[in-house]
Design a binder for this molecule. Structure first.
Ligand code: ATP
Ligand code: AMO
Length: 467
């Protein structure tokens, strides 16, 4: 009849009461034959359990011995009394201790684990400190973490990252539903590529050549042709990236939007502005604890963003780079380095790390992108950046079928494979546009993490198909 208490709910007001808690053996330190300490962990929360042999405790020598042989990461149930520590605790999240009465092992973990969660949770600063102290702590490299991701996910920072990811997705959906968007699901098996380029996974579909969707692009536009008017999708996106970078995955979660527009592609950027200010604000408000847990292992400064998102044209960006001594092709794309540099310049000049760059040169955008009415060298398109890295691409689309067909041909796309897409526009299509966001990139850059694999639960990259 005892009540289960979650480790994260153990508070000073519970002093003197007996509780029943379940968690994993995080660390396990016998001090003597009569005294031992076990730190119990549940999700990101930890509490110190003290086992001391005494008559009054009804704890015998056997129990201390039993505790000594419990392997780390085993699941245990502990019955004990909540006590207030003599001094503030630094090694645990909870500020109370548990004076142990009984321990039951629910399920044992292997005695020798491929990585220690305690090691995996250390910050660089802690490792540096340990080097000076003479008892160097182990550094767990990324491949080891990813090979044994189930253990790695147990660190407080990772526990937090996936809750932040969930809230990002949730806020995205919440805001769009509020604005009368309809959530849709488009097919991931396709007859041909949708973005052009070679980065598609090819497969056989009942004897017919096919590929995995590189984006919901074609079908989200077809949903607009089908009068759904404003749609969004949260779903997997497949890219057969052949190079290995800190920000590309072969499978990622795409947050896509497509909408009718009245007059101008700025209506799409207005939505980006409202949506992302909402997402960032909701993360700061609803994920305070999680953001702190991430920062504890990977220190970062909160994202600087403006209440009204800054918009610069591509030409203005090129000009800023030019003035800073960076020469780039005014009708080419920005490379990773110039994107970073521009991010720095924007931060210095406008005090924001989140901004929109629009009116890209037409030549560097996909075939379905609308050309600017006043200058055919530019397009009604934009990218959005966090801390100098791209998180969004978007644009107004071509809605005239003849133009679309011609453009696809110019881009080397086999028009036959997208004939149903092009036909959709023959039945009358409204002016429209939208954008695509990479969920893992948003979380990575919001928390200033250095690698997209940190924000993908089981990442897929050119060298990794497991776990
Ligand atoms: P997306 O591919 O979805 O547009 P992205 O961030 O890769 O997102 P791109 O426009 O493809 O944006 O690329 C921007 C710049 O990033 C390129 O000019 C190139 O310098 C660099 N880049 C893109 N892909 C890779 C890659 N696979 N490896 C290294 N650098 C890349
Ligand atoms: P784009 O190809 O720029 O645009 O992709 C949109 C966003 O998806 C993310 N992204 C990636 N994330 C992780 N790994 C990758 N390999 C990867 N590639 C892209 C980025 C990027 O900004 N159909 C258009 C969108 C549109 O116009 O609506 C598209 O796919 O955050």
């Amino acid at each position: 009849g005892k009540k289960w208490i979650d480790v994260s709910d153990l508070v000073e007001e519970m002093a003197e009461s007996e509780v029943l808690i379940r968690g994993r053996v995080h660390t396990n330190r016998p001090v003597s034959g009569k005294l031992g300490f076990v730190i119990l962990r549940a999700s990101g929360s930890t509490v110190q359990c003290v086992v001391s042999q005494s008559e009054q405790n009804k704890v015998g020598a056997n129990m201390v011995k039993y505790l000594k042989q419990l392997s780390r990461e085993s699941f245990v149930d502990v019955i004990g009394v909540v006590v207030l520590p003599k001094e503030p605790l630094t090694g645990t999240t909870q500020q109370v201790e548990i004076q142990v009465r009984k321990v039951y092992c629910v399920n044992k973990a292997l005695a020798k684990l491929p990585l220690s969660v305690e090691d995996a949770a250390r910050s660089e600063a802690d490792i540096e400190k340990s080097l000076q102290s003479g008892t160097p702590a182990a550094r767990v490299n990324q491949d080891t973490r990813l090979n044994h991701r189930v253990l790695d996910i147990r660190t407080p920072a990772n526990q937090a990252i996936f809750r932040i990811q969930c809230q990002t997705e949730n806020a995205f959906r919440e805001k769009l539903l509020e604005k009368s968007f309809v959530g849709i699901h488009t097919p991931k098996l396709m007859a041909g590529s949708s973005e052009g380029g070679s980065a598609v996974f090819r497969l056989e579909y009942k004897g017919q050549p096919a590929c995995l969707a590189q984006s919901p692009q074609l079908h989200k536009q077809m949903a607009i042709c089908g009068d759904l008017r404003r749609v969004f999708e949260i779903g997997p996106v497949f890219r057969a990236e052949d190079s290995f970078t800190h920000r590309h995955l072969c499978e990622f979660v795409g947050l896509d939007v497509e909408m009718e527009i009245q007059k101008h592609y700025s209506e799409i950027m207005d939505l980006v502005d409202e949506l992302f200010v909402f997402i960032f604000t909701s993360l700061n408000e609803k994920c305070k604890k999680e953001l702190e847990a991430v920062a504890k292992q990977y220190p970062f400064e909160p994202l600087k963003f403006l209440p009204k998102t800054l918009r610069l044209t591509f030409e203005e960006g090129v000009q800023m780079l030019k003035e800073a001594g960076v020469e780039i092709d005014p009708l080419g794309d920005l490379n990773t380095e110039s994107e970073r540099k521009l991010g720095q310049l924007v931060l210095e000049k406008y005090n924001t790390e989140f901004y929109i760059l629009h009116r890209y040169p037409k030549a560097v955008r996909p075939f379905y992108t609308m050309t600017c009415a006043d200058n055919p060298l530019y397009s009604n398109s934009f990218d959005v950046f966090i801390r100098g890295e791209e998180i969004i691409s978007g644009a107004q689309r071509v809605h005239i079928p003849e133009v679309l067909e011609q453009r696809a041909g110019e881009y080397g796309i086999d028009v036959k494979t997208i004939s149903t897409y092009i036909d959709s526009f023959r039945y009358g299509a409204p002016p429209h546009g939208g954008f695509g966001v990479g969920l893992e990139r948003v979380v990575m850059l919001f928390c200033a993490l250095n690698n997209i694999r940190k924000t993908s639960l089981f990442p897929r990259d050119p060298q990794r198909l497991a776990p």
